[in-house]
Design a protein around this ligand. Sequence first.
Ligand SMILES: *[C@@H]1O[C@H](CO)[C@@H](O)[C@H](O)[C@H]1NC(C)=O
Length: 346
Amino acid sequence: MLGKANEHVAAMEKPPPKSWSLRRKLIVTVVAIVAVVALAVGLGVGLTRGGGSDDDGGDDDQNSGGGGGGDDTDGVPEDGPDRDETWKPKVGDSWQIILKYPLDLQSTDDINPDVAVYDLDLYDNDKETFRMLQDAGKKVICYFSAGSWENWRDDKDDWDEADLGDELDGWPDERWANVSSPGVRDIIKGRIELAWRKGCDAIDPDNVDGYNNENGLGLTADDAVDFMRFMAEEAQSHKMAIGLKNAGEIIPDVIDFIDFSVNEQCVEYAECDTFADFVDADKPVFNIEYPSGAPDKVTAKVSGEICSTEGDATGSEGFSKVIKKMILDGWVEYCDGKTYTSKVQD
Ligand SMILES: *[C@@H]1O[C@H](CO)[C@@H](O)[C@H](O)[C@H]1NC(C)=O
């Protein structure tokens, strides 16, 4: 496992070629000069405008002082909804989860399937999409990665290298983050604020189980509990609910302040019993299974096993089950045998 991770690092670093041709040196020099000139012009313009107020497109505006309402540079309002109470999801709530693509809604008529809850990527979907779902009476859970650094995010340079550990096994574009670090927590606080500003009813922070993986940072289950508590307080301060993604080991330590579970493959790994604590506490388990054959070729035998509460599915009474492809696109199958394909922007 470690060996595999190291291979990824080596592949990523790609050292420059040892000897550069003259032509290449020339091109590089010209590009560098153009860049310097462009930067100088840009700086000059910025200074004469008395600039510095524009942020860099990131969503962290906690240093910007004043900020008199209106839209931020990303078109998201500076304040989210002023709610009286936090949404309490119910055991058995129906749901759909799509993380691969943004949902494609022109109006509430496009909403398909007609389920109670949508779990969608915080960044990829715009606030109008969330608003349309809510206008149709749906609740919106906003997904983001909380425990990993992603090399494609706008804020990727805000992370301190010292806070980053090993790559995630199978996800070479992500690295485990030190969830105890104040710098990391500031960034996550900004993400939770963004979820509020975009109107999310709840957050689904992923990758909080670094302690279960080769993480390179010595992360422990206690670190994860403390991190969940931190995020729960931030979410609650904006009247948003919060879920625990997988991380079965820490359920007893966090269940009092967590509103629901998002679980992958508890049937496949015969561990639904662990997550049943949530149902016992009157909180839903949103369960996803990824059987081979999805989409459309999931046999009745396989879906029957997933949808039962026996065998590998023991303990899953009351779970809100969806059968999905691992990439989490628009396709979904439910335990009544019906399948749907939500329209997405792919
Ligand atoms: C993670 O952050 C905490 C808090 O700043 C620090 O005490 C700890 O040493 C860090 N862990 C690593 C592996 O850097």
